[in-house]
Design a protein around this ligand. Structure first.
Ligand code: ARG
Ligand code: ZN
Length: 468
């Protein structure tokens, strides 16, 4: 991240200051306060993310009345650390009316430019300083309709709302640093009309009723990328318990899903969470589960601890296996930039193939590889999985050729080394961020083999690999 580079350039100065027994650093030696960068410079989501600060925690205190105006009203409070002396900084936010911004409880000037809320603190924030910015707002979030990525973000359902924000829909309903390179813990206080349930990430910490409104408090205690934050509101049936391996489970389903549908998602979630923990390393979060809703979208999403499904997908164990594998690959170990998406989707597709083989031994991972390898002239070969651009972010190369790259790796190094590589990956980057270069270096180190040619032809080159 650019802001880390800025921080390390100033580090010697900071160390010198410490060595001098906290002597005040003379003013002229301190970098003058400047505005934080207006984006992180990720070409897949131009404009998203911001420089100058690092978020530690989001607290969303929102009243959500999905079928009325305003659909959202409340305050999002962000705790962050300044990574430079800040005269001003941006938060990602699209639409919505902001009525008040405070920093440390004191009113701050604010303005809007497209996609951003620009905040000017009453006095500059010192580098390294921790600060709390509270944004009070209301309005009707709009779904994102993107010609390349489809419809995502704030999706109204028959009785509520479903939020599926990958890659950059989160800032259509809460302000923040909307890029996976800045992960933070989350708290949610979601107030909904009585009769509706609000489901979010992590664990339910309490439910309180006041008049005809109910407030659901959820807490996600592990770092989470903004696109994985989820609030799903509807008329839900709920089932909770623990896996045999000891992970708390919370599953919810829209009233249009019957009890058998809820029970099968519950059973698959329990079985797959524990199975993947044996293969990929300890489950990285404090609970598991899922939500099935009747949202008019065509995807499931690996929202942290609690993937979101549409009914047809929740009923497919391979889809559940895919979304739950993302808890390790994508959610715990997150991309640093979106062009490394195959680290999420190639791995989850590979997990999907492995689950298919467990359920039906005739449906082998090898046959998944072979049938795709036989295809000529497809996107698989035109687009390198490690450089898909925005156009092919959710395309077949990222998903299928990414999975094929892993299978090629497995065949080359053998099962024992392959699964050791996966476990080293989930252990070394647990709750963090990583890149393709870090994966290939790790694979070489753990296997003790030279894999440069294999990764070159499978991840970076155009054309169907012929030998590796
Ligand atoms: N990550 C999701 C999955 O693994 C796909 C999300 C698709 N998102 C979108 N905006 N089309 O299935
Ligand atoms: Zn996926």
């Amino acid at each position: 991240r650019a802001r880390r580079i800025v921080a390390s350039a100033l580090l010697p100065l900071a160390l010198a200051a410490c060595a001098a027994g906290n002597a005040r650093v003379p003013a002229q030696q301190v970098a003058p306060a400047a505005p934080g960068a207006a984006s992180v410079g990720d070409s897949v989501v131009p404009g998203s993310g911001n420089g100058g600060y690092d978020v530690q925690h989001y607290d969303l205190d929102l009243k959500i009345t999905p079928q009325a105006h305003p659909a959202v009203a409340g305050t999002t409070t962000i705790t962050a650390t300044a990574t430079q002396a800040l005269s001003r900084f941006d938060l990602d936010l699209t639409g919505l009316d902001v009525t008040k911004v405070t920093i440390g409880g004191v009113s701050a000037a604010h303005g809007r430019v497209p996609g951003k809320l620009v905040v000017t603190p009453p006095k500059p924030i010192a580098k390294g300083g921790s600060f709390t910015v509270a944004v009070t707002y209301s309005g009707d979030p709009k779904a994102v309709d993107d010609h390349l990525l489809g419809r995502y973000g704030w999706i109204r359902t028959g009785d509520g709302v479903f939020t599926g924000d990958e890659p950059d829909g989160a800032h259509s309903w809460f302000p923040g640093n909307d890029h996976p390179s800045d992960k933070a813990t989350f708290g949610f206080r979601i107030t909904v009309p009585r009769g509706l349930t609000a489901v979010a990430n992590g664990e339910l910490a309490g439910t309180t009723t006041s008049g005809d409104a109910v407030t659901y408090t959820w807490r996600e205690r592990d770092p989470m990328a903004t696109y994985l934050a989820m609030v799903d509101v509807g008329r839900f049936k709920v089932r909770s318990g623990h896996t045999p391996g000891g992970v708390p489970v919370y599953v919810a389903a829209d009233s249009s899903v019957d009890q058998a549908g809820l029970d099968s998602l519950y059973a698959d979630t329990v079985k797959i969470t524990d199975a993947w923990a044996k293969l990929f390393g300890p489950y990285p979060f404090t609970s598991t589960g899922g939500v099935v809703d009747n949202a008019p979208v065509q995807f499931a999403l690996e929202t942290q601890t609690r993937p979101e499904y549409i009914a047809g997908m929740a009923a497919m164990p391979t889809v559940v296996a895919h979304e739950l594998s993302h808890q390790w690959f994508g959610d715990s170990v997150s991309v640093t930039r979106w062009s490394d998406m195959w680290l999420n989707e190639g791995f989850a597709t590979y997990a999907e193939w492995m689950w298919g083989e467990r359920e039906n031994p005739a449906d082998t991972v090898q046959s998944q590889f072979d049938s795709r390898y036989a295809q000529a002239g497809s996107d698989l070969w035109n687009i390198p999985p490690a450089a898909p651009g925005r156009t092919a972010l959710f395309g077949r190369s990222v998903y299928d050729r990414g999975a094929m790259a892993l299978h090629a790796l497995r065949k080359k190094v053998g099962d024992q080394r392959f699964f050791a590589i996966l476990r080293a990956w989930t252990t070394e980057h647990r709750h963090g961020n990583a890149t393709t270069a870090q994966f290939t270096a790790l694979a070489q180190r753990v296997s003790g083999m030279d894999l440069r040619h294999l990764f070159q032809v499978w991840l970076y080159d155009r054309g169907r690999p012929a030998n590796w």
